[in-house]
Design a binder for this molecule. Structure first.
Ligand SMILES: N[C@@H](CCC(=O)N[C@@H](CS)C(=O)NCC(=O)O)C(=O)O
Length: 328
């Protein structure tokens, strides 16, 4: 049973007007896998709770249906992923409904966005439970602007908020000077990023100065790793500074596949940096969301052609109308 048909079922559950209908839905063959659990939940929401039900006793059939829907949704989500749950890889677009709030932190993101990835890695590193909702940046859902008139929150704002709000796993140094140095470092390193964007998305606008800035950024990182002498920039454990720059590095590795062999991160020149990259790829918070160089290259190619394929990782039949091939 694919994620989308599960969600469709849950949507049906949420909107079921009468309990009798709900029970009919639960009998549907597509729901067989979840029937025993749903029956327990139906029982609980009816008042004879086998475990303390968080919902008040059944005020109406609709409330009971909503309670079941929410709890089944949570069960499915927790089962799907240790860290996060996402409704699907489908990016919601204008006209699509805002998914029902699941009671957890919710991050609106685009699957290939390096800035959104920073926040995903921070949420993962802090072992926070959250829902991921992907949005199509070329056709933004209307409700996105209700959360923020500018649609996009800066990742640094989100990440420092998370670090202050959930201090159990601190990701920044307790030393204000080191925190400032981390910020300065990120800013300097990001000098390489404009080169990445030009190379990946605007090959005709790629200049020799881009290549120079790119290698300057990589050299800076390698030197910083050497001078700090720790496995990661933060310490022997990764911190916010590492989760901030890694998404960029992950994408830099796609550049040789996009016709820029001179932008490869060669081990002969960048041994310490390559070891750092390998160590980051093995961090559980990163592993869970990491995408290969091939995947990033494929997305970049689609975007450069003017048809960013946001849904290329969604394999569910229910997902999306695939763009039709243009007739020659
Ligand atoms: N400095 C911002 C940059 C965010 C950003 O530019 N994100 C891109 C997507 S990767 C974006 O949303 N662009 C605006 C748009 O597509 O409307 C941050 O750190 O979050």
């Amino acid at each position: 049973m694919g994620g989308d048909s599960q969600n469709a079922t849950i949507r049906v559950l949420l909107t079921a007007p009468k309990r009798i209908k709900l029970e009919e839905i639960v009998q549907a063959p597509a729901f067989a896998q979840y029937r025993p659990a749903v029956e327990v939940l139906l029982h609980n929401s009816g008042g004879a709770a086998a475990e303390p039900a968080r919902e008040p006793p059944r005020a109406s059939n609709l409330l009971a249906a909503q309670a079941v829907g929410r709890r089944v949704s949570l069960m499915l989500q927790n089962k799907a992923n240790k860290f996060s749950s996402k409704m699907s890889e489908k990016h919601l677009a204008a006209g699509d409904a805002l998914p029902a709030y699941g009671g957890k932190l919710r991050l609106f993101a685009m699957r290939f966005c390096p800035y959104a990835e920073r926040s995903v890695l921070v949420l993962n590193a802090k072992n926070l439970q959250y829902d991921l909702v992907f949005v199509n940046l070329d056709s933004k859902p209307e409700w996105l602007f209700e959360f923020n008139p500018k649609a996009i929150f800066d990742s640094a704002i989100i990440n420092t908020y998370l670090d202050e709000k959930y201090p159990e796993v601190p990701l920044q140094s307790s030393d204000p000077l080191r925190r400032a140095q981390d910020k300065v470092f990120v800013e300097l390193f990001m000098g390489a990023n404009a080169a990445y964007y030009a190379a990946a998305f605007n090959p005709n606008g790629f200049l020799p100065s881009h290549l120079e800035a790119y290698h300057k950024g990589l050299e800076l990182l390698q030197k910083e790793l050497e001078s700090r002498g720790t496995k990661f920039l933060h310490s022997d454990e990764p911190g916010l500074v590492d989760y901030t720059i890694f998404p960029q590095l992950e994408r830099f590795e796609s550049l040789p596949l996009l016709g820029k062999p001179e932008m490869a991160i060669e081990k002969t020149k960048y041994e310490r940096l390559v070891n750092y990259l390998d160590a980051m790829k093995n961090v559980p918070a990163v592993k869970q969301y990491y995408l290969s160089a091939e995947t990033h290259a494929k997305f970049a190619e689609s975007k450069t052609k003017g048809e960013a394929n946001y849904n290329m990782l969604d394999t569910s039949d229910a997902c999306c109308i695939r763009p039709r091939k243009k007739k020659q």
